[in-house]
Design a protein around this ligand. Structure first.
Ligand code: HEM
Length: 246
């Protein structure tokens, strides 16, 4: 047994292992100088999304009203409540309507989760739009942020498509007719109109084919594309530097 072990007693080796593991996770203690703070931000997976330095004016709440952050929070809330609903909801024309009614009236948590999902979807459309208005009126789309503005517009379209595809899933009168009207509008797009409508509906009318397509779009395809665009969007905010009041 080494002197060190004798000095620190039996637990010293395990304490050392503990210190090693802690040290491998938290490379540095709390930063004491700007230099250590900058290195900590640059080498930490969670912190590296934030620029090392930002203008004081940029972190004022009244600058961005945290609308981008709120949009992301609502997306996360929708993901969590959506996964909860997936345990109960079956995308079949025989069961979908009953499942939603069962959720709404059968279990208190079910009703909360369903309404939370529905209202945060409405809120996300409004908040993303307000975020875009904020960016526009502050001129935060100007160079070098043109690319991020374009990514942003793609995120707006994805947010709207997530709401539209989710709208059909309760399979009630309102949702079926809303999608009928929406896809009929798509039919009038030049050249690809009728084809787009057919691909969306999975047949001549809104039916089982449509329900399963909208379900897969809503729970898998659009969220994955959305996450990819958000990662690019956050990275560009980081790389372009936050405007913080031009
Ligand atoms: C799901 C949708 C979106 C999310 C989660 C999101 C998230 C964010 C976040 C967190 C920021 C940084 C801070 C802030 O402003 O809160 C930001 C900045 C920015 N966003 Fe978005 N955004 C979304 C949609 C959009 C849209 C629709 C546009 C424009 C069409 C846009 C354009 C921009 C631009 C140009 C910046 C940089 C602003 C600056 O440096 O001041 N974003 N976004």
């Amino acid at each position: 047994m080494s002197n060190q072990a004798e000095r620190g007693g039996l637990w010293e080796p395990s304490r050392q292992v503990g210190r090693d593991i802690w040290g491998s996770v938290f490379r540095r203690g709390l930063p004491t100088t700007d230099k250590v703070a900058a290195r900590t931000v640059l080498t930490n997976f969670f912190l590296h999304i934030h620029p090392v330095r930002v203008k004081k004016s940029a972190i004022r709440f009244s600058y961005s009203f945290c609308l981008g952050g709120l949009s992301f929070f609502l997306f996360l809330l929708l993901t969590v409540t959506g996964i909860f609903l997936m345990f109960y909801y079956v995308p079949s024309t025989d069961q979908a309507y009953q499942n939603i009614q069962g959720l709404q009236s059968g279990s208190p948590v079910g009703a909360v989760m369903r309404n939370l999902h529905r209202w945060s979807a409405h809120a996300m459309v409004i908040v993303v739009w307000l975020h875009m208005v904020r960016v526009f009126y502050q001129g935060a789309y100007k160079s070098p942020r043109q690319f991020n503005w374009t990514i942003g517009t793609a995120l707006l379209v994805i947010t709207l498509l997530l709401s539209f595809s989710g709208y059909l899933l309760p399979w009630d009168q309102l949702s079926v007719w809303a999608v009928t009207v929406g896809t009929n509008m798509a039919k009038y797009a030049p050249f690809l109109g009728p084809f787009t409508r057919y691909v969306l509906l999975g047949g001549p009318n809104v039916g089982q084919g449509t329900l399963i397509r909208f379900y897969v779009l809503h729970v898998a395809v659009l969220p994955l594309i959305g996450i990819l665009f958000m990662v690019i969007h956050f990275w560009r905010v980081r790389k372009d530097g936050f405007t913080g009041g031009l």
